[in-house]
Design a protein around this ligand. Structure first.
Ligand code: FAD
Length: 439
């Protein structure tokens, strides 16, 4: 028996899939040879294939499941250009030099420029808007830390960021939940599954073979080529791109040891009364907060539903577990949403790295672009694009995420058994921080 937060027509699948459902379609044949074989058909894989095609390089995309199975049709659709990637190295424990931090932020800002341009150039109809983001401060200390980051974000990523004190918070959100927060003007939102569909169509328009139900099972170096064995036959390729992010598996054990797959969960509410819906986030921004176990939320593209996400659990769990937790987080922020029901709940995997930064690199023609750390709509599009430009030897190619040391841990082999413990610990730290802030 489902608890009564669930609508009668509740679906345990992404709200976005009402507009585009991941599908295998008519299975594209796997070519016997290709200049580049791309493993993983999410934003990164498609964006790489698209850019390669623009350089006249033939690529095949090999996707184990339906097209759009991964995080790329399941995410919150909040698009950032630096605010999240910067989080990892502007804190007290940072060991990254200011010069590198600046480069990384500048590239993250380029990722925002790229997605903006790509959507326009390819005519992708995905409710793309740039209303900005509000990041709520969980404690007074977090508010002060945000204020310290402003200058760097604005200088290196042109974020257009400014602080909003608690007294003016209601201009951003119909709630007093936070201790003020930071507005980041250079941020956007889109419908993630329609963005995915648009990228897929752009690839197909240029004749890229995008092959669903083609799980790559083995990669072998054979002379100057790679032999890529899939569940539907083998392909020989000069270069291989691994674009599997939070679904990275056994075929690349060295990469699997470097990414930690973590689940993120989302709920969508039923359609809300128009006045209420309009009042919740008056400027239509996306929202997130400074908690360790953060929440992220926005209104649906038609402005009628709350789409509310967070790490209710760090592992994949049934909607009967994740949805009530997210519902509580949502109504803590918006008590006015109590009683409205949940129509959709879903989950997907993101990929954390041990230095909290995305990575791309190459060895013997085996390329990778991995590690979204929770924010990959723009970033994974960008890393796929950059990987393609590197393969194409584009004249002005440069990327600060490329070729950097990709750390592993001697005790981690790809099985994140410790996540429930880490999740519990982080939640406890969040609660303690908040208790201290309210004293
Ligand atoms: C619930 C949720 C909310 C999120 N919210 C946001 C957000 O609001 N903003 C934001 O910027 N980011 C967000 N993200 C992150 C963002 O969705 C991802 O960073 C991005 O979609 C990753 O794209 P990708 O192409 O790298 O990987 P994916 O889209 O995950 O694609 C990887 C693909 O690789 C395939 N694969 C794996 N192994 C093989 C194999 N052996 N052979 C063939 N194929 C294989 C998988 O089937 C999968 O389809 C969120 C993620 C989740 C899960």
């Amino acid at each position: 028996m489902l608890p009564d937060i669930f609508d009668r027509d509740f679906k345990p699948s992404a709200y976005w899939w009402e507009a585009y459902t991941p599908t295998a379609g008519d299975l594209a044949e796997i070519p016997r040879t290709a200049r580049v074989a791309i493993v993983g058909g999410g934003y990164a894989g498609l964006s790489a294939a698209l850019e390669l095609a623009k350089h006249g390089i033939e690529a095949v995309v090999l996707e184990a499941n339906e097209l759009g199975f991964g995080a790329s049709t399941r995410n919150g659709g909040a698009v950032s250009g630096g605010v999240n990637v910067g989080k990892s190295f502007t804190g007290r424990n940072s060991n990254i030099s200011p010069a590198r931090a600046e480069q990384v932020l500048s590239d993250a800002s380029d990722a925002f420029t790229l997605i903006d341009r790509l959507i326009t150039e390819e005519g992708i109809d995905c409710f793309w808007e740039k209303p900005g983001r509000f990041v709520g401060a969980w404690t007074r200390g977090h508010f002060a830390a945000q204020a310290q980051r402003l200058a760097m974000l604005n200088a290196a990523a042109q974020s257009g960021a400014y602080m909003v004190p608690r007294e003016r918070q209601r201009q951003e959100i119909a709630s007093d939940y936070y201790f003020g927060g930071m507005v980041v003007e250079r941020s956007g939102k889109l419908h993630p599954a329609l963005y995915y569909k648009g990228l897929l169509e752009a690839c197909r328009r240029r004749g890229v073979a995008v092959c669903a139900k083609a799980a790559v099972r083995r990669l072998d170096r054979a002379g100057a080529e790679w032999r890529v064995e899939t569940s539907r036959g083998a392909v020989s390729a000069g270069d291989v791109v691994i674009a599997t992010n939070g679904y990275t598996g056994d075929i690349t054990p060295a990469l699997r040891r470097r990414v930690v797959p973590v689940a993120s969960h989302i709920i969508a509410t039923e359609e809300l009364p128009q006045d209420l819906a309009r009042s919740l986030i008056p400027k239509g921004r996306t929202l997130s907060d400074t908690k360790r176990v953060l929440c992220y939320y926005r209104m649906s593209p038609d402005g009628r539903r709350m789409v509310f996400g967070g790490r209710a659990r760090f592992t994949q769990v049934d909607a009967t577990i994740s949805a009530p937790i997210l519902y509580r987080y949502m109504t803590d922020r918006f008590p006015q949403l109590r009683g409205f029901q949940v129509t959709h709940a879903w989950t997907g995997n993101i990929a954390f790295t041990l230095d909290a930064l995305p990575h791309m690199g190459e060895r013997d023609g085996l390329h990778y672009c991995l590690g979204c750390n929770g924010s990959g709509v723009a970033m994974m599009t960008y890393l796929g694009w950059q990987t393609a430009r590197k393969i194409a030897r584009a004249a002005n190619y440069a990327c600060s995420f490329d070729g950097q040391e990709f750390p592993d841990h001697p005790l981690y082999f790809g099985n994140p058994w410790f996540l429930p413990i880490v999740g519990g610990y982080y939640r406890l730290r969040d609660q303690l921080d908040r208790l201290m802030a309210q004293r």
